[in-house]
Design a protein around this ligand. Structure first.
Ligand SMILES: [Zn+2]
Length: 93
């Protein structure tokens, strides 16, 4: 996944208003958008954070939820319903 604007390969996964977006971690350009529901039914382990903005590591205290995406998706969607942008980071096993 390469950014068309700056050619960086550092996509960040965010959820905004019920949509799942890949955002360039270098310039903030949105790269891909799909429905969060379409991607949320997986067992992949993620931590969800209040979005600190592109290219910035989230603070530990900004974490909203952690676990398999199918288990935390309701919590993530509840946050985005309130206008929060949520950053998803895959947990390395
Ligand atoms: Zn970029």
């Amino acid at each position: 996944m390469i950014c068309h604007t700056c050619a960086s390969e550092q996509p960040e996964a965010i959820v905004q208003g019920g949509s799942y977006l890949l955002r360039c971690g270098a310039c903030g350009e949105h790269m891909v958008a799909t429905s969060f529901i379409a991607v949320s039914n997986t067992d992949g382990e993620f931590s969800a954070y209040c979005d600190p903005g592109y290219g910035r590591p989230p603070a530990p205290e900004a974490r909203i939820a952690r676990g398999p995406l199918r288990d935390i998706s309701a919590t993530v969607l509840a946050e985005t319903d309130r206008g929060t942008i949520v950053l998803l980071i895959a947990e390395t096993q």
